[in-house]
Write a protein that binds this ligand. Structure first.
Ligand code: UD1
Ligand code: CA
Length: 462
């Protein structure tokens, strides 16, 4: 196998996005466009990635830290000039081939890249451009072929005559080069055109004139070339990608009876017979089992859900949910929450940095934070684990089959023993032994006739 590198061009400002961030940081389904391009390159098996940054370079460099090498283009003088910034990096490595990718074309996929590489290597081309046939070629560089049908040049929109503009095979911007040929061709391009830019696309004409062998690989997936210059186009790409992912999931056995407001990250793993209801957003890093009902209006991030669960109006981030759990309506699982099987977290409950054992039930208006909760525990309505004293956070331990009465405050650190009860309205500050009842509130006093004697109310007008 060959040793290859990808150079991703990402220096542009993307004026029409009206953003303070580089264009490639515009998000497609919660991930910057550059991340989609980077993933495609890595999935296609390149060994190294070098990103050319320019506009707001420091934002992109910070974003890519540890994931890609970066070089800066201090002036935007065209795509050819952008690749020149990586020349030294390329000279210092013994790559066989270099893949050039546009950072603003997030639909380029790894299959198209690998198929183009096979085409490039099998035919011994020095340069293979990935092309696509599209209905409206306006704005793209056109693939020009000679009378034999051999690829001989790319002509940019600005330089194209009437006949050339009719060509609907276009340059995707992605291309493979033999490394040495790329370095040679870069040294030959000039900025002698109407825009005064160094066009990378001029390398084709130069190679042909020097009898070097070039080719155009036509992508089977014409969507691979799609890019976005405005946020309107970005919304169109979002919609296309969203529908593509939803269709894949449906074909794999997930039911989405109404796709309104359903947005699911491409990396989601969802088991068959699970139903996703409207308004549900499943962000990166989620795994959901079989036969669940998720939604409506549920948002999950880096969360794992077992089989046979119901999550109705739930927000969960970095949480793990066991099998047969019933969550919501209106439950919030915050980071580092681990629920066993058959757990119920009902109306207006919040769980944070806590584990709850099997069959534990937290039905209403309760906060469980920094707690280790056993199995079969019942929380009454309005329980609060008081885990923060203004300075430090402390943990509560609540053992198996304990029963926490309504409106109990558990002042951490405190341990509630196995099968222990707390009386409703108690503020528990000390450990409760196994099998004990703790009552921590004042006894009730009755003052007979007090209202008649004191008349504490105003005269009623009705
Ligand atoms: C480019 C191609 C065109 C192709 C199209 C596909 C050239 C001259 N034209 O046109 O043939 O059909 O892509 O989308 O290559 N960039 C830099 N520095 C620069 C200029 C650009 O880093 O000085 C980066 C941009 O950030 C972008 C990429 O290169 O990610 C492409 O540049 P862009 O200006 O968008 O080129 P297009 O006009 O789309
Ligand atoms: Ca572009």
């Amino acid at each position: 196998m060959s040793y290859n590198c990808a150079v991703i061009l990402a220096g542009g400002e993307g004026t029409r996005m009206h953003s303070k961030k580089p264009k490639v940081m515009a998000e497609l389904l919660f991930k910057p466009m550059i991340d989609h391009v980077l993933s495609a390159a890595i999935k296609a098996g390149v060994s190294e990635v070098c990103v050319v940054t320019g506009y707001q370079a420091q934002i992109l460099e910070a974003h890519l830290e540890g994931r890609a090498h970066t070089v800066r283009q201090t002036q935007r003088l065209g795509t050819g000039h952008a690749v020149m910034q990586a020349a030294e990096y390329l000279r210092n490595h013994s790559f066989d081939n270099v893949l050039i990718l546009n950072g603003d074309a997030p639909f380029m996929d790894s299959d198209t890249i690998t198929q183009a590489l096979a085409y490039h290597e099998n035919r011994g081309f020095v340069q293979t451009v990935i092309s696509a046939k599209i209905e409206d070629p306006y704005g793209y560089g056109r693939i020009v072929r000679d009378f034999n049908g051999d690829f001989c040049a790319i002509v940019e929109e600005a330089s194209a005559d009437k006949e050339t503009k009719k060509i609907n095979e276009i340059n995707s911007g992605a291309m493979w080069f033999q490394k040495d040929a790329l370095l040679y061709l870069l040294s030959k391009i000039t900025n002698d055109n109407s825009k005064g830019e160094y066009y990378l696309t001029d390398t084709v004409g130069i190679a042909v004139s020097e009898k070097m062998r070039v080719g155009a690989y036509t992508a089977k997936n014409a969507d691979a070339v799609l890019g976005a210059n405005t946020r309107v186009q970005l919304a169109q790409l979002n919609e296309r990608l969203r529908q593509k992912i939803l269709s894949r999931l449906m074909l794999e056995g997930v039911s989405i009876p109404c796709t309104d407001g359903v947005i699911i990250d491409d990396d989601a793993v969802i088991g068959p017979d699970t139903v996703i209801l409207p308004g549900t957003i499943i962000k990166e890093g989620c795994e959901i089992g079989e036969n669940c009902e998720i939604g409506p209006n549920t948002v999950l991030f880096k969360t794992k859900v077992g089989n046979d669960c119901v999550l109705n109006q739930v927000q969960a981030e970095q949480a793990v949910v066991g099998d047969c759990c019933n969550l919501g309506p209106f439950a919030h699982l915050r980071p580092n929450t681990v629920l066993g099987a058959h757990v119920h977290c009902g109306n207006f409950t919040e769980i944070k940095n806590s584990s709850l054992g099997d069959h534990t039930s937290v039905s209403h208006l309760t906060y469980v934070g920094d707690s280790d909760v056993g199995r079969g525990v019942n929380f009454g309505c309005g329980v609060v684990t008081v885990n923060f004293n203004g300075k430090t956070k402390n943990r509560c331990t609540i053992c198996d089959d304990a029963f926490i009465g309504c409106n109990t405050n558990l002042i951490a650190p405190v341990r509630i023993g196995n099968r222990a009860y707390t009386a409703a309205g108690s503020t528990i500050t000390e450990d409760v032994p196994d099998d004990a009842l703790a009552i921590a509130r004042d006894r009730q006093i009755i003052k007979a006739g007090w209202v008649i004697k004191k008349k504490p109310y105003r005269e009623k007008k009705y």
